[in-house]
Design a protein around this ligand. Structure first.
Ligand code: GUN
Length: 289
């Protein structure tokens, strides 16, 4: 039976700490403020944005909530970002992804000032991360590394296998895991990998970020491995009021029997993303002092 990694509890402590830092900044006349921009009404995005706004309020920070219709043009969105870049009372800017298909995501991300890029998605932030220079680290990968450290899972010399090569999780996570303070050996599997189970079976740490419910079965996991599930898949379920259940990329019930550690969905990685975002907002506000 695996040790369950309680991301919710660990995230609560990080958020509490961000709240204390917020109080200190407030006593110096600065209230950390994050502008959260949502274009359209993708249900998952609405739920994520609502969670971020709740966390801001709980930590005593300001949230500048901007909800725009799906038909918003790229030029309009860029104009909003330019205004927030120039607003000294806004310390962080987050544009919830994905954006509607008529908006170029790269152009939007690049329009955000790197000083306010609390998502860590701007090419300047990505460059700083890869080079090990100071800068904002992307929240989900940073949260995963935090969980591994908090649970005292041995990473030095460990083989970490990542399923998925997204800009948000797979690519940045690989970079954080090879940093000297983590010191893992990393393999990234993706849709071009013929038989990824060859690699997953060798993983001391397996991170599933493919966006495919139940992709990782027990037979793909080395006994005793740490299994980190980044998947948040909405699977239709008529017995639920919402009409769906959340399922991770890992077949939890089967893998939990043989893994050494496992993150649940929900309550594993998800809460850590928000907690690390709160930290980044505090840092962004502190940088202005
Ligand atoms: N969509 C899915 N994850 C994220 C995230 O961490 N930040 C933003 N802005 N959008 C997302």
């Amino acid at each position: 039976m695996a040790i369950i990694i309680d991301g919710k509890a660990i995230a609560a402590r990080v958020r509490e700490d961000a709240g204390l830092c917020t109080q200190k900044l407030k006593s110096r006349g600065i209230t950390p403020c994050l502008a959260v921009i949502l274009v359209g009404d993708n249900p998952a995005s609405v739920s994520y944005v609502t969670g971020k706004e709740k966390a801001l309020a709980e930590a005593g920070m300001d949230g500048r909530d901007l909800r725009l219709p799906a038909a918003t043009s790229e030029a309009e969105l860029l104009a909003h970002i330019a205004k927030m870049n120039d607003d000294d009372t806004v310390h962080g800017i987050l544009v919830q992804l994905p954006l509607p298909p008529h908006i170029n995501e790269d152009r939007i991300i690049q329009a955000i000032s790197p000083k306010k890029d609390v998502d860590g998605f701007h090419p300047v932030s990505v460059g700083n991360m890869v080079l090990g220079r100071p800068g904002f680290l992307p929240c989900t990968p940073n949260g995963i590394v935090y969980l591994l450290k908090e649970m005292k899972i041995k990473t030095a010399g460990a083989h970490a296998v990542i399923l998925g090569r997204s800009n948000i999780v797979g690519k940045p996570l690989a970079n954080l895991l090879i940093r000297r303070d983590v010191n893992a050996t990393v393999t990234i599997c993706h849709t071009g990998t013929p038989d990824f189970s060859v690699y997953t079976k060798q993983a001391d740490i397996l991170i599933a970020a493919a966006g495919k419910p139940g992709l990782v079965s027990a037979g793909m996991v080395k006994p005793g491995a740490a299994v980190i599930d980044v998947g948040v898949n909405r699977v239709p379920d008529a017995s639920k009021k919402s009409g769906f259940i959340l399922r991770g990329d890992v077949d939890y019930d089967a893998v939990e029997k043989t893994a050494g550690w496992i993150t649940p969905v929900p309550g594993g990685v998800g809460p850590m993303t928000i907690a690390m975002l709160m930290r980044n907002v505090v840092e962004a506000a502190g940088n202005t002092v």
